[in-house]
Design a protein around this ligand. Structure first.
Ligand SMILES: [Zn+2]
Length: 190
């Protein structure tokens, strides 16, 4: 990790004074530290939780009504809120984006995106009923058979990876935990 992966910070969120980047005693990485109250402002990855909802050999996808990737399809997922479990976050996001209730089957994919300091957790889940509709963040919600998945219109590579693995697993009918990462190549500075 380098300081390039830190979100820039100028002022202390505790007291409003200036912060400077340095390595705290006993630590190994640079942190923003307040010049006045000496608070160390740690930055850690964010968790995105979501579902891969299934119904009758089809999977549910949402067409995004928000940026980024407006108009493209994705699995329902979003940032965890404080105080939630990962399952609660996945269920909440599925309700908000697809207005459907699901039962979680198992954790399916854990994909790290170190270049943006995010970790995606996607759960397999079953729709309780084939009832769904576009929430405020979606233009449309549809069930897709494997051969109907809009591969060229998927919003995020991490979702494409998860769906590709899922389609492979459909062949065997076994869905072991899929742990992987997605790294964006770093362009050399010119
Ligand atoms: Zn401070």
């Amino acid at each position: 990790m380098s300081t390039a992966s830190l979100i820039a910070m100028n002022y202390c969120s505790e007291c409003g004074n200036t912060v400077h980047l340095r390595i705290p005693k006993g630590d190994s990485l640079p942190r923003y530290i307040c010049d006045h109250c000496h608070t160390v402002h740690y930055q850690n990855p964010k968790i995105v939780a979501g579902c891969l909802p299934e119904w009758d050999n089809r999977i549910l996808l949402c067409r995004r009504a928000i940026e980024p990737r407006y108009g493209l399809w994705t699995l329902p997922a979003g940032f965890m809120e404080n105080g939630e479990t990962t399952e609660q976050a996945a269920l909440r996001e599925t309700w908000e984006e697809a207005e459907t209730r699901v039962d979680i089957t198992s954790l399916y994919s854990v994909i790290s995106l170190p270049h943006i300091s995010q970790v995606y957790l996607i759960f397999r889940a079953s729709l309780q009923q084939p009832v769904f509709s576009a929430g405020s963040e979606s233009l449309d919600v549809q069930l897709f058979r494997e051969n109907e998945i809009p591969w060229d219109e998927l919003a995020f590579p991490v979702m494409k990876m998860t769906l590709e693995r899922y389609c492979q697993d459909l062949v065997t009918g076994e869905f072991p935990l899929y742990v992987d990462h997605l790294s964006r190549p770093i362009r050399p500075k010119t």
